[in-house]
Design a protein around this ligand. Structure first.
Ligand SMILES: O=C[C@H](O)COP(=O)(O)O
Length: 241
């Protein structure tokens, strides 16, 4: 069985002070969480270092939201994999639709980032998903398969998480039906050599839909945006039944 990974993607939210306040509150809710699931906080770069010092290891893992493929160099605004591992980061979100839409991320750059992340011991969370127009045109499968194949060229499937995030369900409150998410995730799984790859669903995950999502046979976790910003709300998601 693939490992269950529930990750909160804070996007461009929370200062260091707000991140520490979140953590204190969140930890108090986590005591009852079964240890069959990994909990990841994908915080802004500035918050990762302070969170790491406060966590001292423990069961909550840290994730970044991007990583560059070079070790160092003249790449203003980018960050390297060893800068992240040095401060205790374990995961990194790569190819989020917001990066693809606003910052020119392509399947090729996703692939480069994934390879360099893994080389440095980071676990990539590769995001894939179709737009509303692509879904309406019946192109969901074609789009997903292209993103998976393009992102995974020469990639080791041992240390890997994939997040299926239909773009039309992100931040809209419009969740993909859990059976439909399960179907698409099943298709993604057919593209992989390793049956142990964790595949998450993302897109308007909330306390009132997480139990149904996690009951699906192909879904091994969630990538949570807005609902991960509130400690009690995210704890309820992590504590899905
Ligand atoms: O990375 C997380 C996704 O973009 C989902 O965001 P959301 O939960 O706010 O819809």
């Amino acid at each position: 069985m693939p490992k269950v990974v529930i990750a909160g993607n804070w996007k461009m939210h929370k200062t260091q002070r707000e991140a520490l306040e979140f953590l204190q509150d969140f930890k108090s809710h986590l005591e009852e969480t079964p240890d069959d699931r990994e909990v990841v906080l994908c915080a802004p770069f500035t918050a990762l270092a302070v969170l790491s010092k406060t966590l001292h290891g423990g069961r909550i893992r840290l994730g970044a939201q991007n990583v560059h493929w070079e070790k160092s160099g003249a790449y203003t605004g980018e960050i390297s994999a060893d800068m992240l591992t040095e401060i205790g980061v374990h995961y990194v979100v790569i190819g989020h639709s917001e990066r693809r839409q606003y910052f020119g991320e392509t399947d090729e750059t996703v692939n480069l980032r994934v390879i360099s992340a893994q080389k440095q011991g980071l676990i990539p969370i590769i995001c894939v998903g179709e737009s509303k127009a692509q879904r309406d045109a019946g192109e969901t499968e074609k789009v997903i398969i292209k993103q998976i194949q393009g992102g995974l060229v020469n990639v080791d499937q041992k240390n890997l998480v994939i997040a299926y995030e239909p773009i039309w369900a992100i931040g809209t409150g419009e969740t993909c039906e859990s059976e439909e998410a399960n179907r698409v995730i099943g298709l993604i799984r057919q593209q992989l050599d390793n049956p142990e790859v964790t595949i998450q669903y993302g897109g308007s995950v909330k306390p009132d839909n997480i139990d149904e999502i996690m009951a699906q046979s192909q879904i091994n976790g969630a990538l949570v945006g807005g609902a991960s910003l509130d400690p009690a709300v995210f704890a309820r998601i992590v504590n899905y039944r």
